[in-house]
Write a protein that binds this ligand. Structure first.
Ligand code: GDP
Ligand code: CA
Length: 331
């Protein structure tokens, strides 16, 4: 990624991502006509050990999305998946609360083998990406090498993220979120190296339309992460996951209302701006919410609207093109 990356136009665009909207955007950007190098920084707060294997749901969703091996209907896991091992696991009375397809399981086994051979998580992720067919202009980097684990405090007690998200289907009312291990974590070396390489012109950093509490916070809360991004960024752009007063998928809207926030693009923008003062330069909302942008613009905030719903790969690529075009002109 080093060579010739001293200018904004060919410096890697940096995308922070969870496994849903961010992964779709990663796929859209990776197939955009501009073919600009893309560095996807993935949330590690969802990572967990299952059946003795390290599973990295958001990193894996991004790997599957950019290599076009993701199941387009489910939006997670591999396309043309089979479930023989999972069925046998259930027959044996093994844990069945977390669904594991055969191909998906093969990835987790490969990761375990590479980790056992001494590679670090970033190296393992690159190797897995190569094997899956991640395009050469795309680097997928877990945000940190040290374990950060998201736990939620709910009205039913404390629970690890996967217990809340998968086993309890996000039903418990959420009071707060903790990111265990985050205080001793630091940004991944590969990310640091790539951003050091960006040069004085700076690059563009995009906060994907990901869950702010469960996907972006475990990345942005890593000590040093915001400063690292801010120093390398000519501009930081944040894409709203809230459209027309609700999340397209997942618990972002439910959590916002449980935390007493206004479930809207305005509420999301105000919360992000309060949580990360001075981080974001430009807010991108879906065109559905254009009418609500006036108040924030009057307060001096830069809000742009466009079609951000990535319901199929073509729309995701079109949104990717729009973002790249917007980043390459001096808006
Ligand atoms: P995860 O799948 O749990 O890791 O979820 P993420 O944090 O990556 O993403 C979930 C968020 O993505 C939800 O709040 C959705 O509203 C948002 N999202 C999903 N698809 C899209 C999309 O096509 N456009 C936009 N703007 N947001 C999306
Ligand atoms: Ca996730």
């Amino acid at each position: 990624m080093g060579e010739g990356s001293g200018t904004t136009s060919d410096a890697p665009l940096v995308l922070l991502s969870g496994g849903g909207g961010g992964a779709r955007l990663a796929a859209g950007l990776s197939q955009s006509s501009a073919e600009r190098p893309l560095l996807v920084v993935t949330n590690t707060g969802d990572d967990f050990e299952h059946c003795g294997l390290l599973i990295c749901p958001d990193t894996d969703s991004v790997l599957y999305a950019v290599s076009k091996t993701i199941d387009p209907q489910r939006g997670w896991g591999r396309a043309e998946e089979s479930w023989s091992v999972f069925e046998s696991l259930k027959d044996l009375g093994g844990p069945d609360w977390f669904q594991l397809g055969d191909k998906d399981l093969a990835l987790h086994l490969s990761r375990a083998a590479l980790l056992a051979a001494g590679q670090d998580l970033a190296g393992v992720t690159t190797a897995l990406g190569d094997r899956l067919g991640v395009p050469p202009n795309v680097a997928v980097i877990p945000a940190t090498a040290s374990p950060v684990r998201t736990h939620v405090v709910t009205e039913q007690g404390n629970m690890a993220f996967q217990e809340y998200f998968v086993a309890q289907r996000c039903a418990p009312v959420l009071r707060s979120v903790a990111y265990k291990g985050i205080d001793s974590a630091s940004p991944a070396d590969r990310l640091r190296a790539a951003l050091d390489d960006v040069g004085a012109a700076g690059t563009d950093v995009v906060l994907g339309p990901s869950n702010p509490f469960l996907s972006l916070a475990p990345i942005l809360g890593i000590p040093g992460m915001q400063g690292l991004l801010r120093r390398a960024a000519r501009r930081v752009v944040a894409v709203s996951p809230i459209i027309g007063g609700q999340a397209l998928k997942g618990p972002a809207g439910k959590i916002m209302s449980e935390l007493g926030l206004d479930v809207s693009a305005v509420g999301w923008t105000r919360w992000m701006n309060e949580q990360y003062p001075g981080l974001v330069d430009l807010w991108v909302w879906d065109e559905t919410d254009e009418a609500a942008a006036g108040d924030l613009r009057a307060e001096g905030m830069d809000v742009l609207t466009t079609s951000t719903v990535m319901s199929d790969p073509k729309r995701a690529a079109a949104f990717g093109d729009w973002l790249l075009g917007m980043c390459s002109c001096d808006h």
